[in-house]
Ligand binder design. Structure first.
Ligand code: COA
Ligand code: AMP
Length: 634
């Protein structure tokens, strides 16, 4: 089957197409209703199907005779550890921890927050939740206490599973104080916390805390429970336009079918292959392509606790590929920009045999053409930029390895994936001609695997995604399709920015910055950055009579954002302006500010740490008559 036929069929007959894909999954009760509407009036896939996602990830493969095959390799240069788990070993640990959760009173539909770094216990906890029908919500370990608290209040978990610390390069980051602080900030109180003690920074335990080892010691293995296809598997919070993160809800049935399909059609891998996604379990890439999809497909997945550089050097990715014979590798372009900076001539790469590698996939942010070319020439394998989001859960556009070879093009995510009816619309909902840039939308119904609602707030789901272009899902990305059908994603059209592959809300940063007593108003804008793609810069309007040295003000703002969101927000710079563009009613015109920043790419290559770039930002905003005040007059 070629791509064009498969794609056309997926759109012409979605029910038939996804019925066939569903038949490849081992359901407890196979669905007869393929596509229907849920109580919210939303499209729902496989409504009467019954299954268990942890069974499909583990037990199913053991029944198929793969029990002795490696399911997961934990490779942690930061702790100098490599640990391997067969399918049987991983299933046994998951079943035992599922028993531990049940002992703590967790049952079907209860939420469990997981706040852990890249360690096997994070995967075990996720799959243990799935095994008993509990809904996990993994919170990225880089989030500060207030972010964790807002997720606790929104998801109202029965239990939290956390580790005592994470490790960033050589720095040990204790998690327990952050967890305790979050619990003191949250209105919702949990029944207990299971804490995995790590040697690098054991935590002081409180009365509500249970040691992971004690919890497991007291447990009996628990079997998989049958859940409905539309029951939630997980909630994953993502940044939107406002400060309040959106709880993206993923169901069990559509997710299992779509991810399984993607492994074959998009990534071209099958059972027994080694698949590595270097991301974090706290992000959607981690959920879909470190944990669920490789295991649904019977692959060996790699859980890497390290960074592309300095753990111990810029050759670490190549070492992992050689050591574990990785066939397909997926990561964010920002990591390669870091590697290229430290090892521009790929001297370290030459020390390793990466001949097992057949393809590299990149996503999470736009791949700039120089990085793409460097990768292509350096690795000599197909380099595939593919595009998707937390909401879709799996790739919307890609060059598909499961079909005939087609050339890739720098800057393009290639073609829509079967199931996704991608269109480019203008603001009046009219489809645009080839190469004209507009809103990238997906005509409904979305295929299986995509978000079904915002946790506890279905109206927000409708408002955020379904009203802008009737009959379509609004992705929030802008882009165009060329005459040959290649899709180019050019960036967000809303107040979301992408910093080192991390999605952040400028609106949220504005709320934090505006809370400083010296700041009257502010706008945070994403400025292009050579290394991290984009970096946030605060445009500040100060209150009259404020008397504070600029350096002190900036340092205080930086500290506030680090404390409220986390260091990974990379809020490091601010400039003072005389006024901000506003509507007559006094609303800040963020769109105009964004457009100024987008239309005038600042001297590349540059980073925001370069004093010249700040001068340039000032100059640009001055030319646009937003007005700036010299900092020495603050
Ligand atoms: N826990 C705690 N702190 C974290 C963290 C985590 N999980 N992740 C990042 N941080 C901190 C960093 O330690 C750093 O702190 P500092 O300001 O005190 O030095 C800060 O956040 C900024 O981090 P980052 O922007 O990630 O820069 P870096 O120099 O630490 O690392 C890269 C650069 C490129 C190695 C890193 O950004 C990276 O690997 N990005 C890929 C992200 C990704 O996988 N995205 C998923 C899409 S596929
Ligand atoms: P997240 O939900 O964190 O995965 O971030 C999704 C957003 O990242 C998308 O809406 C895009 O703005 C951006 N993104 C992801 N992949 C790509 C890509 N291949 N090219 C351009 N932007 C991308």
């Amino acid at each position: 089957m070629n791509y064009a036929t498969e794609y056309a069929r997926s759109l012409a007959d979605p029910v038939g197409f996804w019925q066939e894909q569903a038949a490849l999954v081992d359901w407890y009760r196979a669905p007869r209703q393929i596509l229907s509407q849920d109580t919210n009036g939303n499209d729902a896939w496989y409504a009467d199907g019954q299954l268990n996602s942890a069974y499909l990830a583990l037990d199913y493969h053991i029944q198929q005779g793969r029990g002795a095959q490696l399911a997961l390799i934990y490779d942690s240069p930061v702790t100098r550890t490599i640990r391997r788990y067969t399918y049987t070993e991983l299933r046994d640990q998951v079943a035992l921890f599922a028993g531990a959760l049940v002992n703590q009173g967790v049952g079907k539909g209860d939420r469990v927050i997981i706040y852990m770094p890249m360690i096997p216990e994070a995967v075990i906890a996720m799959l243990a939740c799935a095994r008993i029908g509990a809904v996990h919500s993994v919170v990225f370990g880089g989030f500060a206490a207030p972010e964790l608290a807002s997720r606790i209040d929104d998801a109202t978990p029965k239990l939290i599973v956390a580790a005592s610390c994470g490790i960033e390069f050589a720095t040990v980051i204790p998690y327990k104080p952050l967890l305790d602080k979050a619990l003191s900030l949250a209105r919702h109180q949990v029944d207990g916390c299971i804490i995995l003690q790590r040697d690098e920074a054991p935590a002081t335990m409180a009365s509500r805390d249970i040691d992971w080892l004690d919890a497991v010691k007291a447990a009996q293995p628990h079997d998989c429970v049958s859940v409905n296809a539309n029951d939630p598997l997980y909630i994953l919070y993502t940044s939107g336009t406002t400060g309040k993160p959106k709880g993206v809800v993923r169901d069990n049935g559509g997710h299992a079918v779509a991810l399984r399909y993607s492994m074959r059609a998009v990534y071209g891998v099958e059972a027994g292959d080694v698949f590595w996604a270097a991301s974090d379990v706290g992000w959607v890439v981690g959920h879909s392509y470190i944990v669920y999809a490789p295991l649904f497909a019977g692959c060996t997945t790699i859980l890497f606790e390290g960074k592309p550089v300095r753990t111990p050097d810029a050759g670490t990715f190549w070492r992992v590929i050689e050591e574990h014979r990785v066939k397909v590798f997926f990561t964010a372009p920002t990591g390669f920009r870091a590697i290229r900076k430290e090892d521009p001539d790929s001297l370290l790469l030459r020390q390793y045999d990466i001949s097992s590698l057949q393809a590299l996939f990149v996503a999470g942010e736009r791949t700039d053409p120089p990085t793409y070319e460097w990768l292509r020439q350096t690795l000599q394998v197909p380099v595939i930029d593919h595009w998707w989001q937390t909401e879709t859960g799996w790739p919307v556009a890609s060059n598909l390895r499961g079909f005939e070879d087609r050339p890739t093009r720098a800057g393009s995510a290639s073609f829509p994936v079967p199931g996704f009816a991608v269109q480019i619309l203008d603001e009046d909902h009219t489809p645009l001609a080839a190469s004209k840039e507009g809103d990238v939308v997906i005509r409904l119904p979305l295929p299986p695997g995509c978000m079904t609602t915002v946790w506890g707030d279905h109206q927000r789901f409708r408002d955020a995604y379904l009203v802008q272009h009737p009959g379509c899902y609004h992705t929030g990305d802008g882009g165009y399709m060329d005459a040959d059908g290649y899709l180019y994603i050019m960036g967000r059209t809303d107040d979301v920015i992408n910093v080192a592959g991390h999605r952040l809300s400028t609106g949220e940063m504005e709320e934090i910055v505006a809370a400083h007593p010296a700041v009257a108003e502010c706008a945070v804008v994403g400025i292009e950055d050579r290394d991290k793609g984009q970096l946030p810069v605060g445009l500040l309007l100060l209150k009259d009579g404020v008397d504070i040295p600029f350096e002190q003000l900036e340092a205080e703002l930086v500290a506030m954002v680090r404390k409220a969101i986390g260091a990974f927000a990379n809020f490091k710079r601010a400039v003072v302006v005389r006024r901000l563009p506003k509507t007559r009613s006094g609303k800040i015109l963020r769109q105009i500010i964004r457009k100024i920043a987008d239309d005038k790419p600042f001297t590349a290559p540059a980073t925001i740490d370069d004093p010249l770039i700040l001068d340039e930002i000032r100059e640009v905003f001055l030319q646009q008559q937003i007005g700036l005040v010299a900092e020495d007059k603050v």
